[in-house]
Ligand binder design. Sequence first.
Ligand code: AMP
Length: 445
Amino acid sequence: MCAVVGVFNVKNASKVAYYALFAMQHRGQEATGISASDGSTIRTRKRKGLVTEVFMDEENFDYLKGSMAIGHNRYSTAGSKSVVDAQPIMANYKLGQISIAHNGNLINKNEIREKLINEGAIFQSEMDTENLIHLIARSQKPTLQERIIEALEDIKGAYCFVIQSRKKMFAIRDKYGVRPLSLGKFPNGGYIVASETCAFDLVGADFVRDVRPGEMLIFEKGKEPESIQLYESEPRPCAFEYIYFARPDSVIDGKNVYEKRLEMGKRLAQENPVEADIVLPVPDSGVAAALGYARESGIPFENGIVRNHYVGRTFIEPIQEMRDLKVRLKLSPIKEVIKGKRVVIIDDSLVRGTTSKQIVKMLKDAGAKEVHMKLASPQIKHPCKYGIDTPSYEELISANMSDEEIREYIGADSLSFLSIEGLKESLGHDRNYSLVSFDGEYFIC
Ligand code: AMP
């Protein structure tokens, strides 16, 4: 999972991209980067670290000059964690300089990579995104636009690409619209595309619309953005964006993330009532769902767990030992709230079970009489191949244990999940969603 941004025809575009990336820091904390074009040269700065760390020095923005910029926050789902795997990826090819930022996961990356290597291509990174650069460079079409379109024909997966040449910018969303991408406009002209609308709010852009699944937007100076519908398909936006990934203030495909989470909590309460004294959220991921649960059940909501905001997301370090430590560093109970109470504790999802196990122990240690663990999403039984970091069956606790076994493992008095039907109801029946993690229906293959 990652964040992408593209800023077009805006003074100091790299600085606007920087703020947009800052607003979308939650989508990836491993590395960040910005490429900017002043019309004659594209320049890139990228490095491991948080947006504010990497671009701490004002000098970066003097270097990244120009009115067009693209940017990326990395959360590795493909490739390694080395700095060469930071994005945007820049290259020189026959038609000049090009830079690409990508959010998603290309499922046929290995076949394409192998084919390209057999034909003599030299790869500089482990990233699936580099495939696209090679395909564009090898295309014999006369324009970049045609080359991108041809290259995309070879690529399968869930993706949003933001691509820039020295003078143009392209934004593309895959045909199912699995990953979010929105278009915004600045009051005095200029455009922005970003993975989440929370980026627009920070930089003062007005939301225009979502980029349509299968759509390519082309930005060129002196023109309104041109839209080409490359593919037609039934949209399948990712349910996990609403459950966990996106920021609550973002609106994805017309639906506010916070409201959807409230709804999931409400349905969780309808499906899984329990006698209890307080409802606690796992901060911050379970807050909206816990509020929805509390409102529906009438059980008082309490902020009984304090989160230390100076620790990154627990998942972000993909090493098990680190993850365990980070949960403890991150969350601490308010004993005065919890002692002697029957507690309902709500989180958005159960992946490996690490967080829940530690939280249940933490609550019991703080004196909770009963701990009822409730998840505002269904059991994650299948790895997502479309860009969410739930990599293998072995690591997914619900793929390996029954609910009762998990309850015992995490030490809770009861354990329940939102049903798939309940999730669908919460999101609305106006469209189908990508539910691969829950139902294993891999619709892109
Ligand atoms: P676990 O401890 O492995 O069961 O992970 C569950 C916790 O990780 C929950 O608090 C979720 O909010 C969070 N989470 C769920 N999915 C992801 C993901 N793809 N990346 C990072 N964190 C996640």
